[in-house]
Design a protein around this ligand. Structure first.
Ligand SMILES: CC(C)(COP(=O)(O)OP(=O)(O)OC[C@H]1O[C@@H](n2cnc3c(N)ncnc32)[C@H](O)[C@@H]1OP(=O)(O)O)[C@@H](O)C(=O)NCCC(=O)NCCS
Length: 157
């Protein structure tokens, strides 16, 4: 799967992740997502669920990765374990395209819903997920290692 987004300044492409991308995904995850996931945790997720990992690349210079989504399967439904877009490339539809790619793969594999957790303080991500059709289900007190609560979101496919 390969989708392009073009603006006056640059062009981005979303494609399935390959093993070569893992190092960049780990680095982006750690830079952009407030979490305690280690490189080993992320690599383990990738090993089990690589077909649900997608990356966005910047086509103008060396096809550098500017975003990723890490999908997984949890309790017989799709799950978004992580998503991030480099700050310089936000608000031009890259995150939306990444989420669409993961959704299409989940749907193709017969899953009818996707869930995710988000920090109550992560207003940008909450707005983003709600814009993509996710609806909040409930709050989990102290879900994160630092004690912050999570909101569980769900979307039907
Ligand atoms: C959340 C994130 C992935 C969104 O990526 P993005 O590429 O900027 O999102 P898009 O451009 O596809 O946004 C689509 C829509 O979502 C909503 N949205 C996205 N970011 C938003 C923000 N900061 N504030 C309000 N609404 C926002 C808007 O409706 C937007 O459409 P618009 O730009 O036409 O108004 C990005 O902000 C990010 O990487 N955040 C840091 C990592 C993170 O918190 N990840 C989630 C937790 S795992």
């Amino acid at each position: 799967m390969c989708k392009s987004i073009m603006t006056a300044r640059w062009a981005a492409e979303v494609r399935a992740a390959v093993d070569y991308d893992l190092r960049d995904v780990i680095s982006m995850w750690k830079r952009n997502i407030k979490a305690v996931n280690t490189a080993y945790d992320i690599a383990t997720l990738y090993r089990y669920f690589k077909k649900y990992f997608f990356v966005a690349t910047y086509t103008d210079t060396n096809s550098a990765i500017i975003g990723f989504v890490a999908g997984a399967v949890r309790d017989s439904h799709g799950h978004i374990s992580g998503i991030a877009v480099d700050e310089a490339y936000r608000r031009v539809g890259v995150g939306k395209q990444l989420l669409k790619a993961a959704d299409a793969k989940f749907l193709g594999d017969g899953f009818d819903r996707v869930t995710l957790e988000v920090r109550v303080s992560n207003i940008a991500a909450i707005r983003f997920y709600e814009d993509q059709g996710y609806r909040s289900l409930y709050t989990v007190k102290g879900y994160y290692a630092d004690g912050e609560d999570a909101i569980v979101y769900e979307k039907g496919l």
